[in-house]
Design a protein around this ligand. Sequence first.
Ligand SMILES: Cc1cc2nc3c(=O)[nH]c(=O)nc-3n(C[C@H](O)[C@H](O)[C@H](O)COP(=O)(O)OP(=O)(O)OC[C@H]3O[C@@H](n4cnc5c(N)ncnc54)[C@H](O)[C@@H]3O)c2cc1C
Length: 404
Amino acid sequence: MRFAFPACADYRRRFKGDHVPKVTLAFCGSGKTLCCSFFYNAVVKTWDVIVIGGGIIGLSLSIELRKRGASVLVVERGEPGREASYAAGGMLANCGDETPRRLQGLATASAAMYPEFVHQLQDESGVNVDLRDQGTLLFPGPGHSIDSIKDAQPLSGPLGQVEPALAAGGRPAVFLKERSVCPRALVNAALKAAKHRGVDVSSGTAVISVDVSRGCVVGVTTDKTSYSSPTVVNCAGAWAGQIAPCLIPTRPVKGQMICFAMPSRELLQHVIRTPEIYLIPRSDGRMLAGATVEEAGFDKRTVPETVQQLNRSAVNLVPALREAKVLEAWAGLRPGTPDNLPILGATEMPGYFMATGHFRDGILLAPVTARVMAQVMAKEMPEHDLSEFSLERFARQGSRVAGD
Ligand SMILES: Cc1cc2nc3c(=O)[nH]c(=O)nc-3n(C[C@H](O)[C@H](O)[C@H](O)COP(=O)(O)OP(=O)(O)OC[C@H]3O[C@@H](n4cnc5c(N)ncnc54)[C@H](O)[C@@H]3O)c2cc1C
């Protein structure tokens, strides 16, 4: 394992900023010893890993790599955690029948990791991320048999007692033992925890290209500067495909949501999923309703008619929301791929890795993604088979990928 450089962490702490003495870092022998040679006239700072993108995927992975002793720089185009991860509803939906079959193993593993993941983030950041485990009530669509729903359980009583505020019109429902989290608090906690652990973050600078020399990664070039590292991982979400030289087939999938102030904090206890809409209550009395799934390019504007439709669907399901204040409406861009499965693992270019394309499940999949990617990057056998999620699968299918 190559990441273990306490001596250099000290050096980096001393010389934060641009005007640092040049230091050349080299691995010696086993890779455990670090040689540093100083030159009086030069300035280059090197990290073990550069993470492109400070969403929940990039931040979670940066923490995991830091835990393993790597020095890490997160390069973020805007403010960390302000894109899809900020827009998400926060359902940790590993049950039911919406998770693609090929993703089920990762989804189940990640859901199981969540309590410990959250515990650590909260502990290190002081931010409460509102992890709730009241569960989900799922109302299947017409033609969907309740018996075929994965992990479905009967309700604990009549619906009118379990969720009195619901007007479900006699439709059958099942209980799913799922959790939810507040994604905005989660990314805030992850950013604080990452900084607390010594991850460097460069905000407001967009990576334009991954730099390659003699066939190996040597860093990244941004719109303002360049950073050097032998290992780069692309966690740029819906924008991952815009970074040269690899053309990776990610695309934005727009989702619009609204947020109500519930008339009473206890109005709804469970997450509610119907074919028309889902509702996600928060412990502070907010309730999210969403979300659309639209192919609209990189357009993040909300559409008044869509917002009204979301409002109507929510009120139909919970009539007490009729008088509720709508606090906010927003749109975000999910990172989609041609098969809507993530892209996880190494690329053909030595030192360049991908962790993107989490589509509708990036909040759920953050802990397991961080773990398996850190394993792959350390050249360990990942604890989950990632062959289904390789970038090469698109090359096999004739999609545009590196070198095409
Ligand atoms: C409306 C909506 C509801 C959702 N609900 C859920 C849910 O309930 N549960 C769930 O699990 N998932 C949900 N998702 C999906 C989830 O939000 C995403 O899968 C997840 O946030 C992806 O995380 P990410 O870090 O890959 O992407 P992002 O959060 O988008 O982060 C990528 C980051 O990369 C940065 N970046 C882009 N280009 C560059 C560049 N060139 N240089 C530097 N930085 C760059 C961006 O600024 C951004 O901060 C939802 C998404 C939406 C939009």
